[in-house]
Design a protein around this ligand. Structure first.
Ligand code: ADP
Ligand code: MG
Length: 275
């Protein structure tokens, strides 16, 4: 029997913490491990869409905006136009700047926090993992992602400012959990762009582990900083295709294994509870 799909929101209201890079490489990592994966670009900046090899998102005929609008208006849509099959084996619902307009319109929509959830409901069954790449804010679209999600992954750049913003993010996650989505879990905090050679980065990593480690899982895998990782968005391919032997590819491969291992643990635990 096919396992239930996992919807994972990758969130941090701070820009530049490697949310998009993580969605891309975890997504393709999971696909390489044999999982069926859908990536959803929930950011009007469309970085994920661009990173995955669609450099002109504004020219795409159907994006998340059109799909959500149709869903709000209870119209049926031709998903074959809206779900792109990327060449490294993941599916993508792209976005573009029009999504910024939809976010504003959402405020006056019935069930405004649940629009993304309702849209994904009939689609997600075809996948093992649906990863939501959130924009750098805690606005309506991010709340929609947290409402649609089973779990949330928080990439954090190893510096003091990132560590500060975490409290606010965790409050929002907990608020959505209390008021809208009681099953929402936190998958973990992923340290990104870690410069392993400096004491500073090590201090920050330790600080985050000490402050949050007792409440929240901190991934054992950390993503090192590397210019090779910064280059992939322009190449339109994952780190596995661009620099397969590099340290960032190895780190994302490790991290993917950790996600799969945790899912397996949780599944075993649930089975034991049922007995
Ligand atoms: P976010 O989606 O959180 O805004 P991005 O994934 O777009 O963050 O990453 C922000 C910037 O940092 C991008 O220019 C990206 O190429 C770069 N970047 C991401 N991961 C790494 C890394 N491991 N090493 C160096 N640069 C990185
Ligand atoms: Mg991004």
């Amino acid at each position: 029997m096919k396992e239930k799909p996992t919807v994972m929101a990758v969130v941090n209201q701070k820009g530049g913490t490697a949310k998009t890079t993580t969605v891309e490489n975890l997504g393709i990592g999971l696909a390489k491990a044999g999982k069926k994966v859908l990536l959803v670009d929930c950011d009007p900046q469309a970085s994920l869409t661009i990173c995955l090899g669609y450099p002109r998102p504004d020219e795409l005929p159907v994006t998340l905006t059109e799909l959500l609008t149709a869903s709000i208006n209870e119209q049926t849509v031709d998903l074959t136009k809206g779900i792109l099959h990327q060449k490294e084996g993941v599916d993508l619902i792209p976005s573009n700047i029009a999504l910024a307009g939809l976010e504003v319109a959402l405020v006056n929509t019935m069930n405004r926090e649940r629009v993304l959830k309702q849209f994904l409901e009939p689609i997600k069954g075809a996948y093992d993992y649906v990863l939501l790449d959130c924009m750098p804010s805690l606005g309506m679209l991010t709340v929609n992602a947290l409402t649609a999600a089973d779990t949330t992954l928080i990439p954090v750049q190893a510096n003091y400012l990132s560590a500060n913003g975490l409290e606010q993010l965790l409050q929002t996650v907990n608020k959505v959990k209390r008021q809208i989505n009681p099953k929402l879990r936190i998958e973990g905090i992923l340290l990104t762009m870690v410069d392993g050679r400096t004491n500073y980065a090590r201090d920050i990593s330790n600080l985050i582990r000490e402050t949050y480690g007792s409440r929240i899982k901190i991934f054992d895998s950390v993503i090192p900083r590397s210019t090779r990782a910064a280059e992939i968005s322009a190449e339109g391919k994952s780190i596995f295709a661009y620099d397969p032997k590099g340290k960032v590819a190895a780190a994302y491969e490790d991290m993917t294994k950790e996600v799969l291992k945790n899912a397996e643990k949780r599944r075993k635990h649930q089975l034991e509870q049922l007995r």
